[in-house]
Design a protein around this ligand. Structure first.
Ligand SMILES: [Zn+2]
Length: 315
């Protein structure tokens, strides 16, 4: 898999266009002091790059030969350094199980083992952003518009931090348990979302794709099998008896099978059905302890394993 690293430059540069591609003739990276050498209209320059532990690990011992330099509207410079990362061959047997991941808004991600990654703190932050935005929009000045653009950038970066953490935990768990990760196909997720404001729907759609991309990428890096399944019927099919009926889903939160009486959290049922292969899957009682999972969710025994941090958003 090819990776791209974004590292922040510290000082101003003479590079003019908003983005410029560099190849081996005009770009080089030095690991000893984490600097890059770049050709510019004013000649060759050497500049330090801000790298975190993750980037250092990826750059270790490599001689990257291409990069892209970006300039943001705020005049900050970023450099994306291309590195080729060897993907470890999956060491999973044919018989490994799957962790199903159901994506949502109240819970960003619900796993087939009943773990929920809560989205509420994130929504609170979004509401704060939203209020700040509204007052800025009313102002309508050039300065206000500039702050607005910066805000939506910060909002996305914040969501990316959360998605990075959630995807990391999901893939780590899959690796430890020797399971693959199954996710629903996201085409059509826009229509299934019960969010009225189109701006919010756009944000959530983007957030789902971002989380999916991060899960897929991390699976590839750690050799964890990854599959996308057809999500049809996953919210209305009983994973124990296979009975499929819209009325099985009694509310946004609850699932009650009208044939066998199974009661469980609706998101967990969705995740279990995804782990079983989605629309193409078959109910498999032996594979999942649905009753136990349903109980642990409803009694609150399953702690949400990740609460996103809240982030202030001063203008
Ligand atoms: Zn049933």
């Amino acid at each position: 898999a090819a990776g791209i690293l974004k590292v922040k430059r510290r000082r101003n540069s003479t590079v003019r266009p908003t983005s410029i591609d560099y190849d081996a003739r005009i770009f080089s990276f030095r690991e000893a002091d984490y600097t890059v050498s770049l050709s510019t209209v004013r000649g060759r320059i050497r500049v330090p790059v801000g790298v975190g532990d993750y980037q250092k690990q990826l750059l270790s011992g490599r001689k990257p030969t291409s990069a892209v330099v970006f300039k943001t509207r705020q005049g900050e410079y970023f450099i994306g350094i291309h590195v080729d990362v060897e993907t470890p061959p999956p060491d999973f047997g044919e018989e490994h199980g799957w962790i199903g991941v159901d994506l949502g808004i109240v819970n960003i991600a619900t796993l087939s083992d009943g773990t929920a990654f809560r989205g509420e703190p994130l929504e609170q932050t979004r509401t704060r952003y939203h209020n700040t935005k509204r007052s800025l929009q009313r102002k309508g000045t050039r300065g206000a518009r500039r702050v607005l653009r910066r805000l939506s950038g910060r909002e996305r970066r914040f969501q990316q931090v959360v998605n990075h953490e959630v995807s990391k935990r999901i893939v780590e768990r899959a690796k430890v348990e020797g399971k693959g990760v199954r996710l629903e196909d996201l085409s059509g997720i826009r229509d299934r979302m019960h969010v009225r404001k189109s701006q919010r729907r756009r944000h959530h759609t983007w957030a789902f794709y971002d989380l999916r991309a991060k899960i897929e990428y991390k699976c590839a890096l750690s050799g964890v099998p990854f599959e996308v399944v057809d999500p049809r019927y996953t919210s209305r099919r009983c994973p124990i008896c296979g009975h499929t009926e819209k009325a099985n889903r009694t509310s946004q939160r609850e699932f009650r099978c009208r044939s066998c009486g199974l009661e469980a959290n609706a998101d967990v049922i969705g995740a279990i059905n995804i782990s079983l292969g989605g629309a193409a899957g078959r109910p498999e009682v032996a594979l999942v302890d649905v009753e136990g999972i349903a109980h642990s969710v409803d009694s609150g025994e399953t702690e949400s394993s990740y609460n996103p941090p809240s982030l202030g958003c001063g203008s």
